[in-house]
Design a protein. Structure first.
Lengths: 153, 153
DNA sequence: TATTGTTATACTCTATAACTATA
DNA sequence: TATAGTTATAGAGTATAACAATA
């Protein structure tokens, strides 16, 4: 008898998750963005005025990495660094109007991505999947909206 | 009003998938294995006698990368290269008895991993999740048992 | 002296392409 | 000449640690 390599849900989650991330990276590359840049833009929008150190801790990445990411977004006018007059060491990050437009476009791309990925499921099934995934994510202590491991592209 | 960053299932899948992959990598590191090595060992066991080229195509990785992976496993006596007498260019790959023992241990680790990851769901919910994920993976054209992107560790 | 942001360095990982042997 | 396997090279991306400014 050959070893029956039963594929578990944990493997399916890793497999589909990597596929989803890869497809999303392709899609947003049309907006000249990488997934880490996209995540950073969203994080800044979700809580404007944060310092880079604070964001780095929130995202689980070294502060030195944030510098390059912020440089990229700031150079395109999507976010801006504002000096804090009270403590001039701090750079408060904010999304510019152009950044907000970009977020709208990102939302559109994310919607298409979602539709394509879940095309095999009907609305009820999608709701069920979403609920189960939310419970797992919560149980595993994952930070909402933060992708673990900001690697690649 | 602040932008409500509704998190979609596609993001949840990517987030949980990366988390699952990361946790699994930690667990099998106790067996001195990396995820790519584990995937290769399983692939060889699933279809013994394959050439490295054939495996490379199946796994979606450059042949040059397989060499190092096979070297690592062969050096520890988990797989072996057998010259094909009819065409001496080919190296047929086989799992050794030690490799089969290792696969058993991998199965144990994978089982613990699965239990831990899905601890928030009851048996019925796990079955539902599994079925939904299988449908998505199939619909997306993912190769069963093959993790896309053999990166890291 | 401690902290924020930045830059520099060193390391890991990967793919591309050159190379050897067999056919 | 074409193919399997291997080795070499070069590039991208990252974390660690050193550095400058401010507190």
């Amino acid at each position: 008898m050959t070893t029956a390599p039963r594929i578990g849900s944990a493997f399916l989650l890793a497999q589909i998750g990597a596929h989803a991330a890869s497809r999303f990276a392709e899609r947003i590359s049309e907006l000249d963005l990488t997934p880490p840049q996209t995540g950073l833009l969203r994080a800044v929008a979700a809580e404007p005025g944060r310092s880079q150190q604070s964001l780095a801790r929130h995202l689980g990445t070294p502060a030195s990495r944030l510098v390059a990411l912020v440089d990229g977004l700031a150079g395109r006018g999507l976010v801006e660094r504002r000096r804090n007059p009270d403590d001039r060491r701090l750079h408060a990050l904010h999304v510019t109007p152009a950044g907000k437009e970009m977020l709208d476009r990102i939302g559109g791309v994310a919607g298409e991505h979602e539709q394509d990925l879940l095309g095999a499921l009907d609305p009820d099934e999608r709701a069920t999947l979403r609920e189960l995934l939310s419970r797992v994510a919560d149980d595993q202590g994952l930070t909402p909206g933060v992708h673990p491991g900001y690697r690649r592209l």
